[in-house]
Design a protein around this ligand. Structure first.
Ligand SMILES: [Zn+2]
Length: 100
């Protein structure tokens, strides 16, 4: 499943997630389009609680999408700033990234 970002039809501001009103011009009409990938701008790992199932760290990255908005994505493995990743939604509707 792909993720959608939203562009104000009035002033071309792009956002994720969607909002009712554009913060730039106050417009309320959006066109949605797919963000298939982007570039990692920050990355970190969150250590799971001791005793939690599926041990191991959760890797998170800020990804600047090709479309403009920055999204926070989960990853299976660590990435570094500048890595190019593809984006998708998992079964729980979380954004997941994969290094291309
Ligand atoms: Zn606008």
């Amino acid at each position: 499943m792909s993720i959608n970002v939203f562009r104000c039809t009035h002033c071309d501001t792009t956002l994720f997630p969607a909002r009712y009103l554009c913060p730039s011009c106050g417009g309320a009409e959006w066109s949605a389009f797919e963000a298939e990938g982007g570039t990692v701008t920050a990355a970190t790992a969150v250590r799971r609680r001791v005793g939690a199932d599926n041990g191991g760290d959760i890797h998170l990255a800020s990804v600047a999408t090709e479309a403009g908005p920055i999204v926070i994505a989960r990853l299976d493995s660590p990435v570094e700033i500048g890595d190019v990743v593809s984006l998708a939604l998992d079964a729980q509707h979380r954004i997941v990234a994969r290094r291309d």
